[in-house]
Design a protein. Structure first.
Length: 251
C-alpha cells in the first residue's frame, strides 16, 4: 500500500470522526458554551487543563489569536505536554493520587469559575481527581473525553470512577480505545491517532459558541487578535487591560 493511500485513509477517518462529533455532540457543545458564557457573564474566570497529549487541546485555547482571552491554562508541573524528561514521567504523574488537590490548593481557581478538563481516557487519577475536587470547591466542570474508555477499560482512581462521572457537561470525542485509526498487515500495532484533531475541534467549537452567546447577550466577547496583523498588539493590550483581573498567564 502506498504512503499516499495511507494518508488519505487517515484523512477520511479523521473527517468521519469530526462529522460524528459535529452531529452527535451538538447539544453538549451548546451546553458547554452556555456554561462558559454564563461564567463570564457572572464575572467568573475560565481555566483549561489536560495532561500529556490531552494538554495540547487545552493549550490550543489559551492566549490564542481568535480565541477568548479569559481562558487560562491550569498547569501541573511535569504533566503539561511531553517536555518533561523522561517523557514517561508525565504518564506516571497522571496516576498519582493527591496531585490534583495539591495543584488546586495553590491555583487561583475559586467558586464560580469554570474548568475544562481534557483527558482522552478519563481513567487516570489526575483528571478524575481534578474534576471531582474542582466541583467540590464550587467550580463548574466541562469534561472532554472518550466515553468508550469507561466501558472498555478500568478506572485508575481509587473511587473506580472516570472523568465523565464528575462533570457538569461531558463532551465525547468518539475516539476508540487505543487512539489509533489505521491498521496494516505488515505493521504489528495500530497507528495514526486522531484524538488531537477531534478534541481540539470540539473545544474550539465550544469557544465559538461561547463567543456567539456573549455577543447575543450584549457583551463584547473578549477575543484576542493575531499579533502578526496591523493593530493586533494594540487590540490585545486593550483586552488585557479590561480583563486583567481574570487573566493569569501574564504574571
Amino acid at each position: 500500500m502506498s504512503d499516499r493511500k495511507l494518508a488519505a485513509q487517515f484523512f477520511d477517518a479523521a473527517i468521519a470522526l469530526l462529522q460524528r462529533a459535529r452531529d452527535e455532540e451538538a447539544d453538549t457543545v451548546e451546553a458547554a458554551g452556555t456554561l462558559l458564557a454564563d461564567t463570564v457573564t457572572a464575572g467568573g474566570r475560565l481555566f483549561a487543563f489536560g495532561a500529556g497529549h490531552s494538554s495540547l487541546a487545552a493549550q490550543d485555547v489559551v492566549y490564542r489569536a481568535g480565541g477568548l482571552a479569559l481562558v487560562n491554562l491550569l498547569a501541573v508541573p511535569g504533566v503539561v505536554g511531553v517536555d518533561v524528561t523522561p517523557a514517561t514521567l508525565g504518564s506516571a504523574l497522571e496516576r498519582v493520587d493527591g496531585l490534583a488537590s495539591a495543584v488546586l490548593d495553590t491555583s487561583p481557581l475559586r467558586a464560580g469559575d469554570a474548568l475544562v478538563v481534557v483527558s482522552l481516557s478519563g481513567r487516570n487519577a489526575l483528571p478524575v481527581e481534578m474534576a471531582r475536587e474542582a466541583r467540590a470547591r464550587g467550580v463548574r466542570v466541562v469534561g472532554l473525553t472518550s466515553v468508550a474508555y469507561a466501558s472498555g477499560t478500568t478506572s485508575r482512581h481509587a473511587s473506580g470512577t472516570f472523568l465523565k462521572d464528575h462533570c457538569d457537561v461531558v463532551l465525547d470525542s468518539k475516539i476508540a480505545v487505543g487512539d489509533a485509526e489505521l491498521t496494516l498487515d505488515t505493521v504489528p500495532a495500530p497507528f495514526a491517532p486522531a484524538s488531537t484533531v477531534v478534541t481540539s475541534a470540539l473545544l474550539q467549537a465550544v469557544m465559538a459558541t461561547t463567543a456567539g452567546l456573549l455577543a447575543e447577550r450584549g457583551t463584547e466577547p473578549p477575543l484576542l487578535r493575531s499579533g502578526n496583523v496591523d493593530g493586533g498588539h494594540e487590540w490585545n493590550g486593550r483586552i488585557m487591560e479590561e480583563y486583567g483581573d481574570r487573566i493569569f498567564y501574564r504574571h
